[in-house]
Ligand binder design. Structure first.
Ligand code: CP
Length: 311
């Protein structure tokens, strides 16, 4: 089977078969990260550029590790320290980078649509590492992998995504991904943080945390995306935390085998209490570990001729 596309821009345009291919490929790459010498020659001679116009710890580092474990040459470029700071346009920056012959460009940008803009103009494969509030496809893929590892399946599960849904690319990509894989999604949070008509995406909506998580097999907590807020959607952080923060008390009404996820960065004491984030039902660090395998799979599957790679 092949991943017959040049770019990975979002989950919305992926088929279930393509998602399964990426998950299965990632599973085969997991073992490499447990070896004493964590390196295989699969992408020797390939060049990956991490082009990050927004801060990142997990995504940028795991794409770099993923590329290096596959023996690709990996170069990191961030807005700060590049000639973007001197007024160079995005397209000029991208064309100058392309002139150096990269095979894959991993792009994070604060504006939705930038990876699509680059994909339509550059020969290199573009991977969306998060564009504004639009999509974060590799986050959703690593979340699917983590859920399947913990629960043995995805289809039929109830997944509740809680918090700032309006500004979250993670929520958007996960809603697409979970729907395609047959899970049932509920979004929960203050009405001011839930987009109008989100039900059209095939989700249930709750503005009550306890009701929103009561039947959940998986709870995904989200941080408030303060960098994307133009006005405060709630009176105080304290009030938000009291109503929507996940703590042991709120979890008493949840299923006993519920698992807790969070894409990070975590704002401890705001959307999640430390005892929950670090508790036995937390998969937060498993998500980070699986991020490396998923990104290895994506780099590999997009690095074949014209973006076609045989499994
Ligand atoms: N989950 C996620 O995208 O984290 P970073 O912003 O640290 O990459």
């Amino acid at each position: 089977m092949q991943l017959a596309r040049k770019d990975l821009l979002g989950i919305e345009s992926l088929s279930k078969k393509e998602i399964e291919l990426i998950l299965e490929t990632a599973k085969t790459f997991q073992e490499i990260s447990t070896r004493e010498v964590k390196k295989v020659p699969t992408l020797r001679g390939k060049t990956v550029i991490n082009l990050f116009f927004e801060d990142s710890t997990r995504t940028r580092t795991s794409f770099e590790i993923a590329g290096k474990r596959l023996s690709a040459d990996v170069i990191n470029i961030s807005q700060k320290g590049s000639s973007v700071a001197k007024g160079e346009t995005l397209l000029d920056t991208a064309k100058n980078i392309e002139a150096m012959g990269p095979d894959l460009i991993v792009c994070r940008h604060w504006a939705a649509g930038v990876p699509h803009f680059l994909a339509s103009r550059l020969k290199a494969s573009i991977i969306n590492a998060g564009d504004g509030a639009h999509e974060h496809p590799t986050q959703a893929l690593l979340d699917l992998m983590t859920i399947r590892e913990a629960k043995g399946k995805i289809a039929g599960l109830n997944v509740s995504i809680v918090g700032d849904i309006s500004h979250s690319r993670v929520a958007r990509s996960n809603i697409h991904a979970l729907n395609k894989m047959g899970a049932r999604v509920t979004v929960a949070g203050p009405a001011t943080m839930i987009p109008a008509e989100i039900e059209k995406m095939g989700v249930k909506v709750s503005t009550d945390l306890r009701k929103g998580i009561a039947s959940a097999d998986v709870i995904m907590m989200l941080r408030i995306q303060r960098e994307r807020l133009t006005m405060s959607p709630f009176p105080t952080l304290r009030e938000y935390s009291q109503l929507y923060g996940l703590n042991k008390e709120a979890l008493k009404g949840a299923k006993p085998d519920v698992v807790i996820m969070h894409p990070g960065p975590v704002n401890r004491g705001v959307e999640i209490d430390p005892e929950v984030a670090d508790g036995p039902y937390s998969l937060i660090l498993d998500q980070v570990t699986n991020g490396v395998a998923i990104r290895m799979a994506v780099l590999y599957l997009l690095s074949g001729p014209k973006g076609k790679a045989a499994l």
